[in-house]
Write a protein that binds this ligand. Structure first.
Ligand SMILES: [Zn+2]
Length: 264
């Protein structure tokens, strides 16, 4: 058993906070914890470092945290706020002097191959060589322990309304971004985690079709039993201090730069 490190690179929903035009919504601009880039996390275990999702703020996030090495990129789904920084992986390939391992489900791979064909296939042969080495997670992988270099992880399928997304468990930590609900298989995979970082963009709106609301998270965690739950994918409606006052004990809003750890 040893410890791994997690950095919340971003905990904002698709707009970020402030949204373009310095629009802060209900969030207090005076509180630095309300400044949120798009959702992503960094994981380091022993000598292996990965990122989960590469949204539009990817380069800014990696530079802000002074991260200078990545071994691979894992994806939750193909929505633009989770992938649109993917071109930055060219520099990771250049510095590592090898293709960047890319992990996703098949639907995400097919979507990104269509949108960013040059990253997978190259373009004009040697002028723009390929960057990404795809690894597809299928039914056999979901719910079962997988290995990437030093890192063991268990991917699981999440219901994100219009598409499935992939959640990830690392030892006693799990990341469930962009989901509206979880089935019994996902809940089984999550049982025993100590820390759960989970999408709460639905907030108090129980009719949200793609993001979980707070009561849903309380209900799910009644089955999962995580001791500390951090909320992510936070929206313009979700002020940090207001959330701290509203949430039940053991539940906290995440913030950009939050550091957590896990045991594996
Ligand atoms: Zn999404």
């Amino acid at each position: 058993m040893s410890n791994g490190d997690i950095i919340v690179l971003g905990c904002g929903n698709s707009t970020g906070v402030p949204a373009i035009g310095n629009y802060w919504g209900k969030c207090d601009p005076a509180n630095p914890k309300n400044a949120r880039t798009r959702s992503s996390i960094f994981i380091k275990y022993k000598d292996t470092s990965i990122v989960i999702d590469t949204g539009p703020d990817f380069r800014t996030q990696i530079n802000r945290e002074d991260i200078n090495h990545l071994d691979g990129a894992f994806y939750t789904h193909a929505h633009s706020d989770h992938v649109n920084g993917i071109d930055e992986l060219r520099l990771i390939k250049y510095r590592n002097e090898k293709m960047v391992p890319f992990f996703s489900d098949l639907e995400t791979l097919e979507d990104l191959r269509h949108r960013f064909p040059y990253l997978f296939n190259g373009w004009q042969s040697n002028l723009y060589p390929p960057v990404l080495e795809p690894h597809v997670m299928d039914e056999d992988a979901f719910g079962n322990t997988q290995q990437f270099m030093d890192i063991e992880f268990i991917p699981f399928v999440q219901d994100h309304g219009t598409v499935d997304s992939v959640g990830y468990r690392f030892g006693d930590f799990a990341y469930s971004v962009d989901m509206v609900d979880l089935d019994d298989k996902a809940i089984e995979t999550l049982k025993g985690v100590k820390t759960w970082l989970v999408d709460a963009a639905g907030y108090n709106y129980t009719e949200n079709k793609v993001h979980a609301h707070l009561q849903k998270i309380y209900d799910l965690n009644a089955q999962i039993g995580a001791q500390e739950v951090y909320l992510t994918s936070l929206t313009l409606a979700m002020d940090y201090k207001t959330l701290c006052e509203e949430l039940e004990e053991g539940y906290k809003p995440a913030y950009d730069g939050l550091k957590l750890s896990f045991t594996a």
